[in-house]
Ligand binder design. Sequence first.
Ligand code: SER
Length: 592
Amino acid sequence: MQSSDIRKKYLDFFAAHTHALVPAAPLIPAGDPTTLFTSSGMQQLVPYLKGEPHPMGKRLVNSQPSFRTDDIEEVGNNRHTCMFEMLGNWSLGDYFKYEQLSWIWEFFTKEIQLPTDKLYVTLFEGNEFIAKDLESYDIWRSLGVLDNHIFYYPGKKNWWSRAGTPDQMPVGEIGGPTSEIFYEFTNIKHDPKFGDVCHPNCDCGKFLEIGNSVFMAYEKVADGLKPLPAQNVDFGGGLERITAASQNNPDVFATDMFTPIIKMIEDSSGKSYQGDFMSPMRVIADHLRASVFMIAQGLEPSNKLQGYVLRRLLRRSAVRARRLGLDAKKIFTECTPTIVNQYAEAGFIDSTVLPRVKEIINTELDKFGKALDKGLKDIERTDPKLIDAQFAFNLYQSLGFPFEITRDLLAEKNIVLNQSEFDQIFAKHKEGSRTASAGMFKGGLADHSETTTKYHTATHLLHQALIEVLGKEVTQAGSNITVERLRFDYTYNGKPTQVELKQIETIINAKIKANLPVIKTTENKEEAIKSGARAFFAEKYPAQVTVYTIGDYSKELCGGPHVDHTGAIGPITILKDEALGSGKRRIYAKIV
Ligand code: SER
């Protein structure tokens, strides 16, 4: 089956079970500093999973382009992609285990026609807080799943939250036990390198996870887990993997989502997709797809946060192109229209972005070419005795040189690098950045802390004040809130003067002092926009939206949360306003 048929079947199937289609969230979450990218369909639904009523109801479905930074290094095997499309369905306190497992079983076995004897399911074995999931076991058995196709695992495998197992969850984070579905490729022989006995979670590649039903019913509190106001379901399944299973082919890169790109790489390089060439071709196909999507949604390569991830993706794939004897600029230019078309056809992006995407990729590749020259000079200039694994890691960090490239350069000079030493430095670094991102996660908006809530409302006031002072040319181009400050990106071709900035600050503080009420309503999207409500162009909104109105001053489509009255914010001060390039500016403000 083709991926577009599967996507349609999934959305139609759950629509027939009265699920409302919610638009995909932007890949770079607006106003959510807790995470760099949208990595799961549930991310935009956190407040609703915690009990707030969703404007579209209690049964939701969508297909969500998702990106997982942690998986970048895994790409190259037959099943890992860092960018993927997650098919998701949710019950917000409506149905629970029985309906979810019955429907997802029906979808996989009837709609996609996966043979039942190739499907395996896994369940949570229980911990000190939550009992073993016997209820789901009975449901699976009643649906016809064979007893020896049901496996129990601990929290590391069958508990899901954005932070991992219950002990890793920060207070306020939500999660729950899961039941995953795996497809068995019976033609693949178990590789004993991964253990004596094969099982669904074995990493040998015989089993592929194609779906995860999370019974999202708990919130982390200081002394353990407490039940959420309602029992929710959060299901996610990777479209690339489901397509691979439907074709009984364990290689996701052999599905229609990737084959046009792989074919272009084969044709240009004169090499076939097999043996040693498979891995670099997969990296190019995956990373380029993700890069194109990110740029199409407004991101540009930089040395910070999401922009740095994009830079890494482009550089990593450029290095692979070089290894295949390809001119990266030429092959990326050839592949980009196909990727743009695929995502435009699926309704995620607008195909008019194509020229901009090509231009940004070309500019970045030019920069990388220069960095590459610089790296080669660094190697030339450095005393060979000082060239070691740490040196290779520094090149990797500063210029995006993968270890293999540095090694192959150096091999010509008869310098041998120690791969395991490099791996150790790399692993230590990865652990460090994981800890850092866990910190980011903890300090962010997910906790809906009082301070971030204040900043949310202040951002609406700032948005309106910018328009009032600088004119209608101003539109929102991004937003990011931490407990320390708010940051707001906006379109404006001029440069606001100091007087204008002061004026903006004065207006906001006057609105705060006036203690205006903040009213939340649910409205029809078109009507809300017609009535003057502000919206963020990068965000796709559902037909029914939540609208926040601040006195008679500001009206915006937004998921919240917000303070009840502006007086709760307290005085704010504008810290700085700077140019971002291409007609965009960035302004920072802080609650004093
Ligand atoms: N949130 C769960 C996951 O990402 C199910 O969608 O696996």
